[in-house]
Design a protein around this ligand. Sequence first.
Ligand code: ADP
Length: 556
Amino acid sequence: MRSTMQTPPLLISQILTYGTRLFAESEVVTWTAEGPRRTTFGELGQDCARLANALRRLGIDGDQRVATFMWNNVEHLALYLTAPSMGAVLHALNIRLFPEQLVYVANHAEDEIVVVDNSLAAPFSKLLPHLKSVRHVIVNGPLPEETREALAAAGPEVHDYRTLLDAEDATFEWPQLDENDGAAMCYTSGTTGNPKGVVYSHRSNYLHTMQLCMTSTLGMSHLDRVLAVVPMFPANAWGLPYAALMSGASIVMPDRFLQAEPLARMIESERVTSAGAVPTIWLDLLHYLDAQADAGTPVDVSSLERAIVGGSACPPQLMRDFETRHGVHVLHAWGMTEMSPLGTVAKPPAGVTGEEAWRYRETQGRLAPLVEGRLVGPGGEEVPWDGESVGELEVRGPWITASYYLAPGEEPDAESLAKFDDGWLRTGDVGSLTPDGFLRLTDRAKDVIKSGGEWISSVDLENALMAHPKVREASVVGVPDERWGERPLATVVIEPGQTVTADELRDFLRGKVADWQLPERWAFIDEVPKTSVGKFDKKVLRRRYAEGEYEVTTTA
Ligand code: ADP
């Protein structure tokens, strides 16, 4: 029997029209040097229509790529909503990628229009001569004449965002599209070779957005004021922009003000209820809040109900310090670009309290509905969900990519093909699953330390080290060892004004990890190098060690 149900396509334009009409009074707050700039969802809806008319006039009449080179702000949100809704494909460029990678992805995606923040126009003008398919550059905000000339000298027409919009009607008929058509694309950093692109569909984004509004995951609602610290270029901004529109949550956009001090001010003055960022950002914020409290000028973060942490493993100590010192509940989540990105959220089962609840909260979380997972052991066999057996996690589901984007005529390379296993995506993440679906990651497959045929989790060592009160940051990588193949090198950043020795740290780890896993190589460094999205950059750590840049202390 066929169902009697209607089958409207699931489109971004529905999220846009629903949010801007039914929650017309919710607001987008963009941070500026002069303080907050406010736009209601109602006004945003009108700007989306104007933007669509303007983009049509510039020749966007199909699935051309409309790229952004922007911070998180209301104009970027307008593009997130408008480009897909009119049938084009949004490509948010990662402003922190190396220039050669940026040139590669913009050419690979064949970006035709790039919308650039004025604060980023100068660096962008250096890239522009290398971007082959770009016909128009739209600049958001006023621009010095010499930067405008530098952009124009590269060939494309240069426009002012506001001037373009002001010339247009505030209504637009959003087209009926195929829900499986591309809505937005995102490139992940390739471990070797070039970055790989995934193309989200309207349907995948729509379903992913609904998931973010479920209470068993992020539970976003119209009562929220969400601070999107996570930039809008990697990993689909964790889906927060679309979820704000679907749920009616007001959204606070930090633009380029990503340091702890302005973030704390945003939380305090905008009464932020929920915020998403990588652990390094939260760590900086924690130190700032501590320092302000010590100085007798505490920041009022009492509105913050959920600090959502993902992108890399959240050190358990960070969670506990936020909760005990500032009353902020930290929610751990895991995902990846290829998964739109959300895969798991760590909310303990019903009835679980105290230390047992912490144990659940410290995991990456429970698999979200519609995200199927399986663990594959080293020999290719599936390993059981017993909370102990470890394997590489493979996933599948309606917001998980089935392949990487290929430019016309391009063939997939071996690395891309190896990411897929009979309809499942190989995540490259290694860990265990409990019988009720809680994922505990022990490492990325490429970071796990292979010592004498056994695996050492670099993440376990890092978490244990970062629980030491005098340790600010710690990252552990495997380095070559004659006897064991590989052994851990612990790189440690000490809290300013403190001292601690390698022997003391080794003693501190004893009992927290097995004795044979204790590092014997230690390097005290000023800062752990970070990737473009603020994760510990282990490639750089390994290289610096290999090139003898670190002074290494050896413990017995
Ligand atoms: P990149 O590979 O460039 O870092 P992504 O942003 O897609 O790109 O990163 C996804 C990866 O980040 C995951 O495969 C996982 O290794 C790591 N990750 C994300 N969230 C967590 C988390 N909560 N705990 C541990 N690792 C995480």
